[in-house]
Design a protein. Structure first.
Length: 77
């Protein structure tokens, strides 16, 4: 089965083994970007994925707003 954007896969190796992920983007012939409910978005080797027959929605990450620097408490006079 072909690994393509939107394909739901099971991670077969590593710390996320057994978790379901969705392929978001193809980086090159060996790597894809994946994400899931319990898996942060990251790059993973295609050899470590077992594709299923299901397809899901491609998850597009949203960029977080940069946090404003914390203001120091005014010094007591």
């Amino acid at each position: 089965m072909i690994v393509e954007p939107g394909r739901i896969c099971i991670v077969s190796r590593g710390s996320d083994a057994g978790e379901e992920v969705v392929v978001n983007e193809i980086v090159d012939k060996n790597f894809v970007i994946v994400s899931g409910e319990k898996v942060k978005q990251r790059r993973i080797n295609i050899k470590h994925l077992e594709p299923t027959s299901n397809k899901g929605a491609v998850i597009v990450p949203t960029k977080k707003e940069p946090k404003a620097p914390k203001k120091k408490a005014e010094e007591k006079k």
